[in-house]
Design a protein around this ligand. Structure first.
Ligand SMILES: NC(=O)c1ccc[n+]([C@@H]2O[C@H](COP(=O)([O-])OP(=O)(O)OC[C@H]3O[C@@H](n4cnc5c(N)ncnc54)[C@H](O)[C@@H]3O)[C@@H](O)[C@H]2O)c1
Length: 437
């Protein structure tokens, strides 16, 4: 067996990297690699490519100045990011990094269509010696058992002889300007020992926080999916606590603050679990477990509990309105925030929609104000109207649903009717709020 020397795995600065899927994960990664290598960013969404080429990232993950610094007009430069919707532009690349979505279908089953489609695309241009690295969150086995066969079939090349694979899960936290991609330690892996070292060296060359080379692709896939599943379960636990303490008339946040004084108490907060990571990834793990004949109890219980929180929050708000003597039917309520998390414009799988739907069923008139959500996306996805500017009206109830920085600066008294309710889903308003989750 050939002796492996880690120092053999210095990355040639003349490589070309293709990033497939320029969304929340793909773009920051492409931007980072582009500071050192020639990067071709590919996306099937032509309007996304057009806005990136004009120097704007609508996901707000990469600011315009930083983006414009790396953008180049053609794919032949030694460094820089060239964005395209044409697959032919990727033909000269040696590394293909796939960062496409991994959603669930309406029955919460993994939908691997974007992974199959992007693997087909890469298969068409794959050459001998190329490495295809997947970053999308999946269950263990997807890379080698689902994606690699597509690459083999379309390219006619043989896996681990002609071309190779890697898996390096993304751990970014959208809207978080502190933990940016280069500052998050990256787990890496490869389809052979040598390819693992090569993939690791590639990421190590740009990730300042360093890397952890996992012993296999399946280990790396499993590590990512359990990170998010663990978070989901922990939030479900505190959501259950919130339900219990609300019945007892005890303030959950005060309990959590007291408990957190113990060195090993985990500081999770109750809340709505939306988006397309934490609320979705546990279903990937659960599905795979079921295929092996194991029915996951805790993972799915966590999902059920977290998915029911929207309706629960709405019922709490209505009870508190009644207690305050506010006439519920026909009341005007201001919902602050519609995105799935703070300071991020992503509205996919946002659980605020569940709260709004339940409030409307009680006859409440809901005005949604979100300064960073795209109103067209909200209309298209949920058939709801969102306003981007502070309304002039006064409201019977105000609900802080998302903790956007802008909301913390609001003058609530200008928005309140006399004796109105302020309900704080995120527990960030302090004494302004009458109640919090
Ligand atoms: N957003 C996050 O917080 C986050 C964090 C860590 C991991 N992840 C994982 O990373 C993956 C990508 O997530 P995201 O948030 O960047 O998604 P996203 O929807 O923001 O971006 C995906 C991009 O891929 C493009 N795309 C879809 N199919 C394609 C195809 N066949 N070929 C080329 N491009 C295609 C889309 O047009 C889109 O621009 C998912 O698996 C997700 O679970 C996301």
């Amino acid at each position: 067996m050939k002796k492996v020397d880690k120092n053999d795995y210095k990355i040639d600065k003349n490589i070309k990297i293709a990033i497939i899927g320029l969304g929340y994960v793909g773009l920051p990664l492409a931007r980072l690699f582009a500071t050192k290598y020639s990067v071709i960013g590919f996306d099937i969404n032509e309007s996304r490519i057009a806005s990136l080429k004009s120097g704007t990232d609508t996901t707000l993950e990469v600011d315009d100045v930083t983006l414009q610094k790396v953008l180049v007009n053609n794919s032949s430069q030694n460094t820089g990011l060239y964005c395209t919707s044409s697959l032919d532009d990727l033909a000269a690349c040696n590394y293909f990094i796939i960062t496409v979505p991994t959603p669930v279908d309406k029955n919460n089953r993994p939908d691997l269509t974007p992974l199959y489609k992007s693997s087909e695309s890469v298969g068409k241009i794959l050459k001998k010696g190329d490495i295809v690295i997947y970053e999308s969150t999946v269950y263990p086995g997807v890379t080698e058992e689902q994606c690699v066969p597509v690459l083999e079939k379309v390219s006619g090349l043989k896996f681990n002889e002609d071309f190779f694979a890697g898996y390096s899960p993304e751990r970014i936290n959208p809207g978080d300007k502190e933990h940016t991609v280069e500052k998050i330690l990256k787990v890496t892996s490869g389809s052979t020992l040598e390819i693992g070292l090569k993939v690791d060296a590639l990421y190590k060359s740009v990730i300042t926080a360093g890397t952890h080379l996992a012993p296999s692709i399946k280990v790396a896939e499993a590590a990512k999916v359990i990170e998010n599943s663990q978070r989901d379960i922990n939030i479900a636990f505190v959501n259950e606590l919130a339900k219990i303490f609300n019945l007892m008339g005890i303030d959950t946040q005060e309990v959590l603050t007291a408990a957190a004084t113990k060195w090993n108490f985990l500081p999770f907060k109750p809340g709505l679990v939306g988006g397309h990571c934490i609320g979705v990834d546990p279903y990937y793990l659960a599905q795979r477990a079921q295929e092996f004949g194991y029915h996951p109890e805790i993972i799915l219980a966590g999902r059920r509990l977290n998915d029911s929180m929207g309706e629960y929050v709405a019922s709490q708000i209505v009870k508190l309105m009644i207690k305050k003597g506010i006439s519920v039917n026909g009341a005007n309520l201001l919902m602050l925030g519609i995105t799935f998390k703070e300071n991020c414009p992503d509205v996919r799988n946002t659980k605020i929609v569940d709260v709004v739907k339940a409030l409307k069923e009680y006859g409440i008139i809901v005005t949604i104000f979100d300064p960073i959500a795209n109103a067209n996306d909200v209309k298209k996805e949920y058939n709801l109207i969102t306003i981007n500017n502070i309304p002039d009206d006064k409201f019977d109830a105000i609900v802080l649903g998302v903790a956007h920085a802008e909301f913390l600066e609001l003058n609530f008294s200008e928005l309140q009717k006399e004796d109105s309710l302020i309900y704080d889903v995120k527990g960030v308003l302090g004494a302004i709020a009458d109640n919090r989750l």
